[in-house]
Write a protein that binds this ligand. Structure first.
Ligand SMILES: [Fe+2]
Length: 489
């Protein structure tokens, strides 16, 4: 292995936080590696990058730490011609630079209580650190990293992972963690949310990275949406009954409350239309972190996402976790939230909603699809199952929505994977003809690896395992981008 390591200064004291130890132990080094050991064979027809965003706090946040406060670090595999190169870099946000200069924390964590001495920050509350540590997409030839509670969005070079700066088209209220890339048009659809009007904005960025459209979405009050969906013609936004009330916001506590007596609402808007044209549909109350896909079927809009059976779970009953962390830990545990795969059908003619469970044998989340079917009728969903009580992914699932069959692959004891994007095989005709790629952290062997599976049969396990130069912290979202997507930019 050919490797170059650069340590990054940190001021993080030892602690008992469940998400700063074990598989979530933060990394404080940046590494370039090539000629890594490969078990199996990297398919020669793969040509692109796999990038995962992870939280690696360099300093303890002020107030109680939440794993989503950690400084964003991207891990990238460049795979081409049967070979792979790896590098990881912190996203050099404004907050990263300021805290490195100060040698310690300057911002509240998202669980902290703000007061008049709190420095201005990002997000709907205006107080937390924009760590740019939640999602990552590739658009207009560049990498874009995002933060869960409406950050500024940071551009990075897809070859070097050098941070280039704040994305120029991002509006004053920022962008949510999940802008959606439509590979058919090259557009990026996004939304944001705030504690004052406009409570939500929706917009479209062109393939040339210029803002093409932005419009206000009228909501009854502040909301806390996380993701959105789209079809060929429509954007799908949401107004779910999990939000911070105005009274709570006025006290600067910023704790959301679930309102089980209120309906979920989904707003469907032609992609480039004014917000006043949005058509709202009511549905069973829930909270949704992530949408899988959506498409049009005549006058019906079909949308698949992860329904939460228990959006406001009780604290974990785990004696190994300090009591002050047990509610936070439950809020990011798939088993506590009871996430299952569900389908909603919105009749654009009648305004009616129908709901159907697609898979609830296990709690699943973090779905991926073949990008060629994004916004189109499709057949296969790939997602993960989690370790009970933890934000850790223990296995992959492949759902055939036509037959109802599910394939399973588990990473192995004390091995935790990532959101696993689909890589279409060159020249493929079948929707599932391609690969799944995932980073795996192995606590028993104290290492990490990148695994590639044949998406047609994930039960066979990896066809290639690329051994990484260090053990990475677990994290949140990941993306695959074909070489032509970033080399064209
Ligand atoms: Fe997310």
């Amino acid at each position: 292995m050919n490797i170059a390591v650069k340590p990054v200064p940190a001021s993080l004291p030892p602690n008992d936080h469940p998400y700063r130890n074990g598989p979530w132990t933060p990394l404080h080094e940046e590494v370039d590696a090539r000629d890594m050991e490969v078990i199996g064979e990297i398919p020669a027809d793969i040509d692109g990058v796999y990038i995962r965003n992870t939280e690696n706090p360099l300093h303890p946040s002020i107030g109680r730490y939440h794993p989503f406060d950690g400084d964003g670090m991207l891990h990238m595999m460049r795979i081409s011609g049967g070979k792979a190169e790896y590098k990881n870099r912190f996203v050099r946000t404004k907050a990263f630079g300021a805290e490195q200069e100060a040698g310690g924390p300057l911002w509240l964590g998202c669980m902290g209580r703000a007061d008049e001495t709190s420095p201005p920050g990002c997000g709907m509350t205006g107080h937390i650190k924009d760590a740019s540590s939640t999602d990552v997409v590739v658009h207009a030839g560049e990498v874009l990293s995002t933060h869960w509670q409406c950050g500024e969005g940071y551009r990075l070079n897809p070859a070097t992972l050098e941070t280039l700066g704040i994305e120029g088209w991002v509006p004053a209220n920022g962008i949510s963690a999940h802008p959606k890339f439509d590979p058919h048009t090259g557009e990026l659809l996004f939304f944001n949310y705030a504690t004052s009007k406009p409570y939500m904005q929706y917009g479209v960025v062109g393939p040339d990275n210029a803002l093409r459209h932005i419009t206000d979405i009228d909501l009854p009050g502040p909301r806390l949406p996380h993701d959105m969906a789209f079809t060929e013609r429509y954007a799908i936004l949401n107004d779910l009954p999990m939000y911070m009330s105005q009274a709570v916001i006025d006290k600067k506590v910023y704790v959301p409350t679930y309102h089980p007596d209120e309906k979920s609402r989904f707003g469907i808007l032609p992609r480039m239309a004014d917000g006043s044209e949005i058509k709202w549909f009511e549905a069973e109350p829930t909270y949704i972190l992530h949408f899988v896909n959506a498409y049009e079927d005549g006058e019906t809009v079909v949308m698949d996402a992860y329904f939460e059976g228990q959006p406001d779970p009780p604290p974990l009953e785990d004696e190994n976790i300090a009591p002050e962390y047990r509610k936070m830990a439950a809020n990011i545990d798939l088993h506590s939230m009871q996430t299952h795969l569900r389908r909603w059908r919105f009749d654009m003619a009648t305004g009616e909603t129908r709901e159907e469970v697609l898979y609830d044998d296990e709690y699943v989340e973090f779905g991926t699809i073949n990008p060629k079917v994004a916004g189109r009728k499709y057949r296969y969903v790939y997602d993960v199952v989690g370790k009970p009580g933890w934000f850790l992914f223990t296995g992959l699932r492949k759902h055939d929505l036509e037959t109802g069959e599910t394939q399973k692959y588990d990473f192995g004891e004390e091995r935790y994977g990532s959101e696993s994007p689909f890589i279409p095989r060159k020249g493929a005709a079948a929707e599932d003809d391609g690969y799944l790629v995932s980073f795996v952290t192995d606590m028993r062997e104290d290492c990490s690896e990148c695994v590639i599976l044949d998406a047609r049969d994930i039960t066979q396990g990896p066809i290639a395992r690329i051994m990484l130069p260090h053990r990475m912290s677990s994290g949140t979202h990941a993306v695959w981008a074909e070489a032509e997507e970033f080399e064209a930019g």
